[in-house]
Design a protein around this ligand. Sequence first.
Ligand code: ADE
Length: 228
Amino acid sequence: MRIDIISVVPQLLESPFSHSILKRAEAKNLLHVNLINLRDYSINKHGQVDDYQFGGGAGMVMMCEPLANAIDDLTQKNGKYDEIIYMTPDGLCFNQKAANRLSLKENLLIICGHYKGIDERIRQQYVTMEISIGDYVLSGGELAAAVVVDAVGRLIPGVLNDETSALFDSFQDNLLAPPVYTRPADFRGGKVPDVLLQGNPKNVDEWRHEQSLQRTKQRRPDLLEGEL
Ligand code: ADE
């Protein structure tokens, strides 16, 4: 999978993709993340990519031309994108289902907004999907893009060492994950449940499923709506 990310502060995204699972995904040639500095497409030698908003009001708006030129150029070089995603708090709320769906794509472009956001006409003319990572406002779309790339990247087959492990993540089947334990078996009086120490796979599976259900009922009953 190829993911291109357009940003005015691409440096913000260098670290998240240079470590751990996503670094391994790059090394295995399963995922390529490319950072594009929008200023490379600015309209003048001052590197301008934003301007005052029509109608007045505080805050700058990211201009059409640099974004359109960047998207056109990238599309010409890399082929048509499966989705052109704009990170914005007024987008659709990101969840595991969306991550699963995006992990099946080959070629994604993500636009990170800054300031007041991007000119509406870019949303109308280019953007195919708008994603929010939650009901709060970040100072830019970069950290939100990093969240999406992480959640999607780890679902690409072969990225995780133990291929089955993503299957048991929270949300994968609308259930939260069960509790997990490692050594020691007794930590300051806190005991690991016997069923896990005994290690009978069928009993362990049943126990984990039961714990997942209980935890979901307690913490996120909304996930079970329509499921029971
Ligand atoms: N940009 C600013 N806030 C955001 C959010 N909550 N989700 C996605 N992009 C954003």
